[in-house]
Design a protein around this ligand. Structure first.
Ligand code: ATP
Length: 515
């Protein structure tokens, strides 16, 4: 774990040093859990958004997009339940004065028991070799059984406390299992309190007439309140989906782990409207599709897992998370929720407007049920960076840091490098760039040795480098260097565009999703 933490620190430093992510308003020492994306970060982020957007609206005839405003009528948040129930249970340690989410402290304790069990299994697997039966071992080994029993006991109490909204019991679990503050190391805790996560502000000029409005904590409500507009104007037939990408804001209690938990972040959400009764079938289907979307990137299939929710939100009848193995463990990147007809019915009630769908096949009207897929752009960004960050020792003992970002998402697709800064090579390199720049994000670099320039491109994840040398002037060929293998091949300038189109296209990823 310590080693993983070390890697995570290096990744954060790398993100800053190479123009991916900066702390917000850094010259004023930053602002808690708010970050800015730099020149390379914004390119990667835009590519992630395009990958998601196209996978929704290009691949599915029955999914269309919208872009709703961040400010919404305040009643929206009454209807959605956020004013009354968008809370986290918080607890303070009186010695360190640090604030924590009580549920997260308990989840971390459960994860410790899982780790202990896995360690026992791994140890035994090594000891017994090929004849080892892990299932039998888990069922019979006394130490594993002991850990499992303890874990089950805590888990049962935890789930009940969450479902009963029993804050005193959450505190009691923390006391009974002697959870200590990671900073002070003490058990000196306050009571657990509820904390609403929405930011509010005022709209209007006079204090009297000003309207209290919220910064949206999720983009989904912008879709629900536009359901009728889109259904009618787009002549959409159920089942159909509405996709949206946009900023969301949450006053998170604990803001750690870099861009994993931010107070201003971006979501990519799709609400899929279906016939009542068919929602669990669609839930299953979207789980499969969304996992394929992740896996198509090739970051490693073993880095993903589903985690079904212990406590269902007030609106859901099924919910799961897609978790990714971050440097700090498996964590939620995307949520898939079967939200029933809760939101549309509630908006119908609060607005007094009918939000029904007339189903011509059934010849009846109903309020559609909804499957939601909701993914954070920033968490996706972090998972890609975490998987891509690689330190390699090369022949001769030199090390290189390389970001193995999937080529189709890489911020810069191609670096164009004249071998030397003379003999007409820069001019030739510029000429090549002039032709390619309409289709690919290219970067020209003539400073320093060619080796140093390759390292700089490796560090920002550029999948291909073209080097223009003296031979180029003779026969119009260049070397094309592959970031991951570092192999170079000689290709003609004319071929470059076609080669690159194939290598950096998102099409193969889309094909994998639809297979
Ligand atoms: P968590 O349990 O980690 O707080 P959540 O279950 O509240 O997350 P959802 O409400 O399901 O998250 O939001 C959908 C997605 O939005 C999440 O899967 C995540 O990728 C992203 N997201 C939510 N909160 C944040 C945040 N504070 N910073 C960055 N991304 C976030």
């Amino acid at each position: 774990m310590a080693q993983q933490e070390e890697v995570f620190k290096k990744l954060i430093a790398h993100c800053k040093e190479y123009g991916f992510v900066f702390p917000s308003s850094e010259i004023y020492d930053g602002l808690g859990a708010v970050y800015d994306y730099g020149q390379n970060g914004v390119e990667l982020k835009n590519n992630i958004k395009r990958y998601w957007w196209d996978s929704m609206v290009l691949l599915n005839e029955n999914v269309v997009g919208i872009d709703a405003a961040i400010f919404m009528h305040p009643t929206t948040w009454k209807a959605s339940g956020h004013v009354d129930a968008f809370n986290d249970p918080l607890i303070d340690n009186k010695d360190s004065k640090k604030r924590y989410r009580a549920d997260v402290l308990i989840e971390e304790l459960l994860a410790k028991y899982d780790d202990k069990i896995e360690k026992e299994v791994e140890k035994a697997a090594k000891r017994f070799g090929e004849s080892f039966d892990a299932t039998l071992f888990r069922q019979t080994n006394p130490r594993v059984q002991e850990h499992q029993a303890k874990r089950d006991e805590i888990h049962t109490r935890f789930v009940k406390a969450l479902n009963d909204n029993d804050l005193a019991e959450l505190k009691q679990i923390i006391v009974d299992y002697e959870i200590v503050c990671p900073v002070s190391g003490t058990k000196n805790w306050t009571d657990v309190r509820q904390f609403n996560l929405m930011f509010s502000t005022e709209m209007g000029s006079t204090a009297d007439g000003a309207l209290k409005i919220y910064l949206r904590p999720e983009t989904a409500q912008g879709i629900f309140v536009n359901y009728l507009n889109v259904q009618k104007t787009g002549r959409m037939k159920i089942p159909f989906g509405i996709a949206q990408i946009g900023k969301a804001f949450r006053n998170e209690i604990v803001a750690r782990q870099f861009i994993f938990r931010m107070r201003e972040f971006e979501q990519m959400e799709m609400q899929f409207f279906v016939r009542p009764g068919s929602e669990l079938e669609w839930f299953k289907q979207w789980k499969v599709t969304r996992l394929k979307w992740h896996k198509a990137l090739g970051l490693g299939d073993h880095k993903y897992r589903f985690h079904d929710h212990d406590k269902l939100a007030h609106y859901a009848n099924a919910a799961t998370d897609i978790e990714f193995e971050m440097p700090f463990g498996f964590k939620e990147v995307e949520g898939i929720h079967s939200r029933t007809d809760f939101d549309l019915s509630s908006h119908e009630k609060f607005s007094g407007k009918s939000i029904k769908y007339f189903d011509p096949e059934l010849n009846e009207s109903y309020t559609p049920f909804v499957i939601e897929t909701s993914i954070g752009v920033d968490r996706m960004f972090l998972s890609i960076m975490a998987a891509a960050y690689t330190e390699e020792i090369l022949e001769g003992g030199e090390t290189r840091v390389v970001l193995k970002i999937p080529a189709s998402l890489a911020p810069i697709k191609l670096a164009i490098l004249p071998l030397v800064k003379k003999d007409g090579l820069p001019e030739k390199a510029r000429e090549i760039m002039e032709n390619l720049k309409f289709d690919f994000k290219c970067q020209y670099d003539e400073k320093d040795s060619i080796g140093k320039r390759y390292r700089r491109q490796d560090a920002i994840g550029t999948p291909y480098c073209v080097t223009v040398d003296h031979e180029t002037l003779e026969n119009n060929t260049v070397t094309l260097r592959d970031r991951d293998t570092m192999l170079q091949e000689r290709v003609s300038i004319e071929q470059l565009s076609a080669i690159l189109s194939e290598k950096v296209s998102m099409k193969p990823l889309f094909k994998k999703i639809t297979e």
